[in-house]
Ligand binder design. Structure first.
Ligand code: NI
Length: 183
């Protein structure tokens, strides 16, 4: 298992439509376990494969209510919303690829999602509350859509401007860091 670097917005790979997974082989299983490790380390409640640079339709989530609750890891391959409620819910969202930015987003309050599990079996689950918000946010990532795409253009541009600045600062901090001696 390994923690993979998380791509930061703006990045063209976060705007791509991801490819379906044809079969769940060793590479996909490694990707899933690395994604869990990366998500828990961040920490976050959801992560989509394109956020670690893999343009395939894989997401992982853990929406356990609190740190004291047992973990509830769910990995989904080729997830698809097959039903959504008419009633909507507003939830404040954030994203590991857009750190320090949080905004209210309105989405269907309940959804049913069909997916393939890590054993290759077809599954379908009903989601509401935080899990409904999270699964829709992650599936959006697989279609190149970010939560800031639900905001007005002014707000989106402001956030993107701040993110560009943060990326520059991070890159500068990295190049200042002491390098291990190379022999
Ligand atoms: Ni996200």
């Amino acid at each position: 298992m390994a923690i993979r670097p998380i791509l930061m917005h703006p990045d063209p790979r976060l705007k791509k439509r991801c490819d379906p997974v044809e079969n769940i082989d060793g590479d996909i299983r490694t990707l899933i376990s690395d994604m869990f490790e990366t998500m828990y380390d961040a920490p976050g409640i959801g992560l989509a494969a394109p956020q670690v640079g893999s343009l395939v339709r894989v997401i992982v989530m853990d929406c356990a209510k609190s740190e004291n609750d047992d973990p509830e890891p769910i990995a989904m391959v080729n997830p698809q919303v097959v039903w959504e409620s008419d009633d909507l819910n507003i939830h404040e969202e954030g994203c590991l690829s857009i750190p320090e930015e949080y905004n209210d987003v309105e989405r269907p309050a309940q959804v049913r999602v069909a997916y393939t599990d890590t054993d290759g079996a077809a599954q379908e689950i009903a989601c509401d509350g935080l899990l409904a918000t999270c699964v829709q946010h992650e599936i959006d990532h697989l279609n190149g859509k970010l939560f800031i795409d639900y905001l007005g253009p002014m707000k989106r541009q402001m956030i993107t401007g701040r993110m560009k600045k943060r990326k520059k600062e991070r890159a500068a901090a990295k190049s200042d860091a002491p390098r291990p001696n190379r022999a």
